[in-house]
Each structure stands twice: as C-alpha cells, then as structure tokens.
Design a protein around this ligand. Structure first.
Ligand SMILES: Nc1ncnc2c1ncn2[C@@H]1O[C@H](COP(=O)(O)OP(=O)(O)OP(=O)(O)O)[C@@H](O)[C@H]1O
Length: 261
C-alpha cells in the first residue's frame, strides 16, 4: 500500500480563533482522486486553504509528504480572482513556472515549449497575446488549468473548479483531472455536483464542519449520511471556541503546511 501523501492529525482550521472545521483525522494516500463534498459552509474551502498553507491551523497538524511551497498546486475559487489584472494569457500561464525560474527569471526555449503545450492541452492555442480581462469565464478557467499543468505538482487542490461553467468546459477540465490521476498525482477537488462525483471520483470526503464519512464514493454518498451532514452543518455554532480533547495538550503549537518527510 502507498504511504499517505497527506495526513491530517486532529486538525482544526478557522478564523479569528473560531473553528470553521475541526476533528480532521484523515490519511490521504498518494495517487488518490478525492472529491470533497458537503453542505454550504461545511468547511470545504477552509480545508483546502489550510492544506495549501494559506491558513494557519488553530489546532492539530498537517503532515505533507512533499514540499509545501513548490509541490502543492492550489486553485482557489474563481470568485477570488481579479480579472482586471493587466496580464496576457501567456504571462498568466507562465506564472506556473515561478518555482522553477523565479518571479523575474528568463523564459527559455524549453519553457516556451511547455507553455505552448499547456495551452494546447486546454484548447487555447493562439490565445497567447489576449489580455485575460477579455476572456470568457470558461476560457479563464482553462488558462488557470494551463498554469496548473506547468506547476507539475504531485498534490493538486481544486476549489469548485466547475462552478458556473458550460458542460463542454466541465467535460474538458474533467478529462485533464483524470489524466493527472493516471499520472499518479494526488488530487483533492471540492465538487457540488454529486452525480459528477459518483461518475468520476473513486473516493470522497463528506464534510459538515467535521468529517462525516471518508472512503469509497458509493459508501459515502448515501442518503442517511448526506442527511446527517445537513443536520450537523445546520447545528454548528459559529461562535464556539476551539474544543480540545485531552490528548491535545500541545495542539496550540501546530503549524499548518508543515513539511513532514
Ligand atoms: N475569510 C473568512 N473569515 C471568516 N469566516 C470565514 C472566512 N471564510 C470562510 N469563513 C466561514 O467559515 C465557514 C466555512 O466556510 P467555507 O467557505 O470553508 O465553506 P464551504 O464548505 O467551502 O462552503 P461553500 O460550499 O458555500 O463554498 C463558514 O461559516 C464561513 O462563513
């Protein structure tokens, strides 16, 4: 059996000292294609932000069996994007190479070739000079996927990559995700469409401020478990303090995104 690429140990994540999601004790094996599902406000985006190192843990630990900064590719929700940023498609995609060439490094022939190949893979050859502000929502999401291709990361975190996209774009992006899975990468994707999860994602984490179920998708997406998740989410107290278990005596010294070989 493959060792876990990612292990969450009694993890609590939240904002202003209030937990948004907690009691996460989960091992995700290398090569998993995992859907993260749950009601609105269940803590799905918060979990991805924590793993991406954008949010410090309030308690517990995140153990990563890869380098946190350069080997984790994170695609935030599209609502968090500034489309008015004055860059071209080429420049936006080339940002996927920052960990190889640095912010002001020179893009060499090999890099040019890889940028062209990534744009081709997402169906945007010929769009290089277009300002990103002139793209449709679907084209912009393709550009963001091209950037992920260049990041070439073993761990990929996708937050609602299919939201508000047409069926053709969803199908094309899903094929890219499946190709990454075949290459052995580990992929966590927040998805709302449960039919899509059943079709394409072998494993699933059902969240409702805490893990409700984790495992093979058919065993997780059952009516009783989905109902339980809805009820837990509705009953959650947003103002609650971090709740420590007796074994958490040293939880406060946790560091999110900490590398752990
Ligand atoms: N920046 C923030 N500051 C304070 N609270 C936040 C912040 N971001 C999220 N929250 C709160 O944390 C909780 C979990 O939010 P999160 O966005 O992780 O849920 P989600 O499962 O991704 O929801 P959705 O499916 O609606 O996107 C919610 O109560 C939300 O209001």
């Amino acid at each position: 059996m493959k060792p876990p690429l990612l292990r969450l140990e009694n993890l609590t994540l939240g904002y202003d000292r209030h937990p948004a999601v907690h009691h996460l004790d989960i091992e995700i094996p290398a090569g998993a294609l995992l859907a993260v599902v749950g009601p609105n406000g269940a803590g799905k985006s918060t979990l991805l932000k924590g793993i991406a190192g954008e949010l410090r843990a309030l308690g517990g630990h995140i153990h990563l069996n890869c380098r946190p900064r350069t080997q984790v590719a994170y695609l935030p929700q599209r609502g968090e994007l500034d489309f008015s940023f004055p860059v071209s498609v080429f420049e936006m995609v080339a940002m996927g190479l920052w960990h190889e060439i640095g912010a002001f490094g020179r893009v060499g022939d090999e890099h040019l070739h890889r940028i062209e190949a990534a744009l081709d893979a997402v169906g945007l050859s010929g769009f290089e000079a277009r300002p990103i502000g002139s793209l449709s929502g679907g084209q912009m999401q393709r550009v963001r996927f091209a950037r992920l291709i260049l990041q070439d990361a073993p761990l990929i975190l996708l937050d609602e990559p299919f939201a508000a996209l047409d069926a053709r774009t969803v199908a094309d992006l899903m094929q890219l995700i499946l190709a990454w899975h075949r290459e052995g990468r580990t992929i966590l994707t927040v998805v709302h469409d449960l039919d899509q999860v059943r079709r394409h994602f072998p494993t699933c984490l059902l969240l409702a401020r805490e893990p409700v179920a984790f495992g093979p998708t058919a065993q997780v997406l059952t009516e009783p478990l989905l109902g339980h998740a809805r009820r837990l989410s509705e009953a959650f107290d947003e103002e609650a303090a971090v709740c420590h278990r007796p074994e958490d005596a040293h939880a406060d010294d946790a560091h999110a995104g900490e590398a752990h070989a």
